[in-house]
Design a protein around this ligand. Structure first.
Ligand code: AMP
Ligand code: ZN
Length: 475
């Protein structure tokens, strides 16, 4: 396999050469579980998923690690603002752990619905405090820390390579002092490794440490957990583009300061943002769309996955319902094509499942995903195969399913449904909407109930209210 990835470290396309032949170690920053994931977050996880599927298809064994941030992430990435978990718990009248559990479960439900393969290791920050303390001790022993105002800080001036990933210049960092400055910091870019003097009197989760009772800074968790599960040097680290200047920059500084090894991570992969017409999507301001809100509007989660695959992960993608409608139509057309191929293959049992033209399409598809995960090109190659009348149906079907092992658009499920004669697509979503409409009517929310009826009508679904409840049929 000749996978090439754009490495943020160095800003160039590089051929992927793992540290251990045949094995890839991959860490992707996970969610802070104080609210539902928004559809922008899910773009990050679909990117990770395409990468893991591409590595697997290329024959690598894979250790894919994802953290769950359930402590220490403040609303500002550089130690200012409120603790996101504590704020959310207080607003909802729940404990921090209850909040974490609820939103972690909701997060994995979203991943499953988006056909995202679960990571091999999922690790919670609160269960790895000892690893963090140990790593901070190593950083301290190596002389990169100072204590001020009760907290332990990382001193970026002691780490000459600081900012290499983000191409930050030390002078700019000094000049660009942030508005909300922590007076204890020697340099504006310094960051907290361990808080003891919490600015939150009600800090719910605290642990003993050599620096006193307190809790870790946010960045240290990713260093500690990735080193724990992947070793002191590993292959790939991924996250959204917003993490380049602070979070990942700080992760590199503290990991390399602790171990003395460089580079800590060989390839840095960052996805660009999904934006709304109105601008940035933000979990902390609450102005965001969830996957469930798309489902409630009558879309299948895989329609959204299909929309994401239509854009390259390194380009900003503007979300709109028109674009989502387009992706939904694409997926329906794919499903129709798969069902038609399955029929044709059944009717011509002698047609071969292996074919040189199909192999050529598969090679072009593989070349596209291996070229820095070019999913829009890969989608075009899938269509090229499906429209090629020179490929026998059985071969086209088999090759499309092989391609879908990377795309993850659920084509094998479509095929199973076609083969068992089950009502083709989207049944579960329709039934969920019908149930929501019934609930809305019971709550006397007639406007809400009518809105759902109209949404379904637009999709050609007719509802009939009878004595025993509501039934539906395709109109
Ligand atoms: P968070 O839960 O805020 O830590 O974010 C989880 C992941 O989503 C991180 O990798 C972020 O960089 C990424 N992310 C946040 N917002 C967006 C967005 N609008 N588009 C794409 N990725 C995002
Ligand atoms: Zn991280």
């Amino acid at each position: 396999m000749a996978l090439r990835l754009f490495n943020t470290l160095g800003r160039e396309i590089q051929t992927f050469e793992p540290l251990k032949p045949g094995h890839a170690g991959f860490y992707g920053c996970g969610p802070t579980v104080y609210n539902y994931a928004h559809i922008g977050n899910l773009r990050a996880y679909v990117t990770h998923d395409i990468l893991t599927r591409t590595l697997r298809a290329g024959g690598y064994t894979l250790t894919h690690v994802m953290n769950i941030t359930d402590v220490g992430h403040l609303s500002g990435d550089s130690d200012f603002g409120e603790d996101k978990m504590i704020k959310s718990a207080a607003e909802r009248g729940k404990s921090v752990l209850e909040i974490a559990e609820f939103y972690t479960e909701a997060f994995f439900h979203d991943l499953d619905r988006m056909n995202i393969i679960r990571p091999s290791v999922v690790c919670k920050a609160t269960e790895h405090i000892a690893d963090m303390v140990e790593l901070i001790r190593r950083i301290e022993l190596n002389g990169y820390t100072y204590s001020a105002g009760g907290n332990l800080y990382f001193d970026i001036s002691r780490f000459p390579r600081y900012g290499e990933l983000a191409m930050l210049r030390m002078d700019d960092l000094k000049a660009g002092a942030r508005t909300e400055i922590d007076g204890n910091k020697r340099n504006p870019g310094d960051f907290v490794l361990w808080f003891t003097k919490s600015k939150f009197e009600n800090q719910a989760l605290i642990w003993d440490s050599p620096w006193g009772k307190g809790y870790p800074g946010w960045h240290i968790e990713c260093s500690a957990m990735s080193i724990r599960y992947l070793g002191e040097m590993f292959d790939i680290h991924a996250g959204g583009i917003d993490h380049v200047p602070i979070h990942h920059t700080n992760e590199i500084a503290q990991s390399e300061a602790a171990t003395g090894k460089h580079p800590w991570v060989k390839y840095w992969v960052h996805n660009e943002f999904l934006v709304l017409d109105k601008g940035k999507m933000s979990k902390s301001t609450g102005s965001f769309l969830t996957l469930q809100s798309l489902v409630d509007s009558g879309y299948d989660p895989l329609d959204y996955r299909c929309l994401l695959l239509g854009g390259h992960y390194r380009s900003q993608l503007q979300f709109s319902f028109e674009a989502l409608d387009g992706a939904k139509n694409t997926r329906r057309a794919l499903a129709d094509k798969i069902r038609a191929l399955s029929e044709s293959a059944k009717n011509s049992p002698e047609s071969p499942a292996q074919n040189p033209a199909a192999d050529a399409h598969l090679s072009a598809f593989t070349a596209a995903v291996e070229d820095d995960l070019a999913t829009p090109r890969a989608m075009a190659e899938l269509w090229g195969l499906l429209r090629d009348s020179g490929v026998p149906p059985a071969a086209a079907l088999k090759t499309a399913l092989t391609m879908d092992e990377i795309l993850g658009l659920g084509l094998s499920r479509t095929l199973e449904k076609a083969q068992t004669g089950e009502t083709p697509e989207f049944t579960a979503e329709i039934e969920a909407l019908v149930a929501r409409r019934t609930a809305a009517k019971q709550a006397k929310d007639f406007a809400g109930a009518d809105a759902i009826r109209n949404t379904l009508k637009k999709q050609g679904i007719i509802l009939e209210d009878g004595k025993t409840g509501t039934t539906w049929r395709r109109g």
